[in-house]
Design a protein around this ligand. Structure first.
Ligand SMILES: [Zn+2]
Length: 253
């Protein structure tokens, strides 16, 4: 499930110093120094993180710390990954104009990156997505990192005059015929490098209600693509970009 090439790329990355490679291995073998270990071996009176009220651990250091600065760095990293996902989807010929929703930090940031997504909803799910759902239920719904609409009537990999962008169809008819569209939900999650399954299950549970609502709406197909990247692998976000922008859509899984 985790990309083995990306996972092990740190061995051959000439930009990494010896101690950085050593830290990767320490993290993955559960031997990186933290207060949980210090407490266990009697070197500390408690297992608390030195800068936030949570229990310290290797994963806590890389993606769980609640200290404002750490939290901001973690959010920034997630936003960076979201931005790469949107850029990669825009690069794909079949999906360039089929992005219905993004969850990136701001529209300004998108335009800074040269992304023109004026017709794409950001941060708030568009009401046309689930017209049968009450406004308060839509507001309370889970929001994936991106939602892609692909036509199911003709080959999904090509956009032709018969196979128009959903934006054009929406502008013309003010609604979509759900039966003619596939909905692809894209969720990015950081996980433990050696134990990705809990985050995969979390993503599935997080969006199960949204998927049920989309199915109830009558869309031809609803698929959740969970992109897992180990917390230590974040140096390889560019690989994530290449994988999404170049490979088949099934490669997102
Ligand atoms: Zn902390």
């Amino acid at each position: 499930m985790v990309n083995k090439q990306a996972t092990n790329a740190f061995w051959n990355n000439s930009h990494l110093k010896f101690y950085e490679r050593r830290n990767v291995m320490r993290y993955r073998t559960g031997t990186i120094v933290n207060k949980k270990h210090a407490y266990r071996y009697g070197f500390s009176p408690n297992a608390n993180c030195p800068i936030c009220p949570c229990t310290d651990s290797a994963l806590h250091i890389f993606s769980g710390c609640q200290h404002t600065k750490m939290r901001n760095m973690i959010i920034k990293r997630h936003n960076m990954a979201d931005m790469l996902i949107v850029q990669a989807l825009q690069k794909r010929q079949c999906s360039a104009n089929q992005i219905a929703y993004t969850d990136v930090d701001s529209a300004d940031k998108l335009s800074e990156q040269g992304l023109d997504l004026r017709n794409t909803a950001n941060k708030t799910l568009p009401s046309w997505l689930l017209p049968k759902l009450a406004a308060h239920a839509l507001k309370a719904s889970s929001r994936p990192d991106a939602i892609l609409f692909l036509p199911s009537t003709v080959c999904s990999s090509r956009v032709t005059t018969r196979n128009s962008h959903f934006h054009q169809q929406l502008a013309k008819d003010k609604k979509l015929n759900p039966n003619q569209w596939e909905v692809h939900l894209i969720e990015f999650k950081l996980c433990e490098d050696t134990r990705p399954d809990p985050q995969l299950q979390k993503a599935k549970a997080q969006h199960s209600k949204l998927i049920a609502n989309l199915n109830r709406q009558g869309y031809r197909e609803v698929k959740l693509h969970v992109k897992l990247v180990g917390a230590m692998e974040t140096m390889h976000l560019q690989r994530l970009y290449r994988q999404i922008s170049g490979g088949p859509l099934s490669g997102l899984l």
